[in-house]
Design a protein. Structure first.
Length: 269
């Protein structure tokens, strides 16, 4: 059975310096509050994993939490670049950042392989690209049945995966609906998992198309209302577009970012 913890206790117990950490969410249900708690607790030397790192990863990188990013696209969706990410790669500020870039299909298949207990995944998705020249974890492989040239990518098994969902019951069963992305696969692939939810209820009401993460697949659950803001949570609140637009100016300037870090997150830059 999954434990029910506070967000602070969940991060303290499950996320350690040097861990491989995935905070997954695709356009909505992004675990922003959990990312901020990682910053507050001063985690360092993390390998951050995510298909689409956006502003919460920009914030974590700017706060010096990360030494490496494994990803398939990075940006402030609908706005532009991630300036703290760019500063870390180009100028090693506040610390150097190593990057490992894949395609969306490659990342999704890596999670599926990890969730399936397989050492690698095979796909056609890199054909015609030069990513294999840039990324050591993309290798050619020949199909033993047809002789077709394919691509292999290693499984992803994060030390801890963190996702946000709408509901959990008191036994730790999680209910998630809307755009699901790879949350289920990322949780199943991980050694430990934390799911933040909008609310903990006595009983999960059936929901069309909902994904259920059973309590045996989840390490801990934390009730964190509005834990995905400024992204949205289907059935609970809409996306705060203004917050994404405002982040561009904050993230672009080191001094402004330092003020945000001290005033909003509560730590010194």
């Amino acid at each position: 059975m999954a434990k029910v913890l506070s967000l602070a206790d969940g991060i303290a117990e499950l996320v350690h310096d040097g861990d491989v950490v995935a905070l997954e969410g695709f356009t909505h249900l992004i675990p922003v509050a959990a990312g901020h708690e990682i910053i507050r607790q001063g985690r360092k030397d993390l390998t951050l994993v995510r298909m689409t790192p956006d502003i919460v990863y920009d914030q974590m990188i700017g706060a010096g939490c990360a030494r490496k990013l494994i990803f398939s696209w990075g940006g402030n969706p609908g706005v532009g670049s991630l300036h703290r990410f760019r500063d870390a790669v180009q100028h090693s500020w506040p610390v150097p950042l190593e990057i490992e870039e894949h395609s969306h299909a490659g990342m999704a298949n890596r999670y599926v392989a990890g969730a399936s207990g397989l050492p690698f995944a095979v796909l056609r998705g890199y054909t015609g690209t030069d990513l294999a020249k840039q990324t050591d974890t993309i290798k050619p492989i020949t199909c033993p049945f047809t002789g077709e040239q394919l691509t292999a990518v290693p499984a992803l098994n994060p030390d801890v995966t963190i996702v946000h969902a709408q509901r959990a019951d008191r036994a730790g069963n999680v209910q998630l609906w809307g755009i699901a992305g790879v949350q289920k696969e990322a949780v199943l692939a991980a050694k430990r998992s934390l799911v933040t939810v909008e609310e903990i209820v006595d009983e999960l009401e059936p929901k069309p198309g909902a994904v259920i993460l059973p309590n045996w697949a989840v390490t801990a659950v934390a009730e964190v209302p509005f834990g995905a803001r400024p992204s949205y949570a289907a059935g609970y609140y809409e996306r705060d577009n203004g917050a994404y637009q405002a982040w561009d100016a904050i993230g672009k300037d080191r001094e402004e970012f330092g003020k945000w870090l001290a005033g909003i997150v509560g730590v010194k830059a």
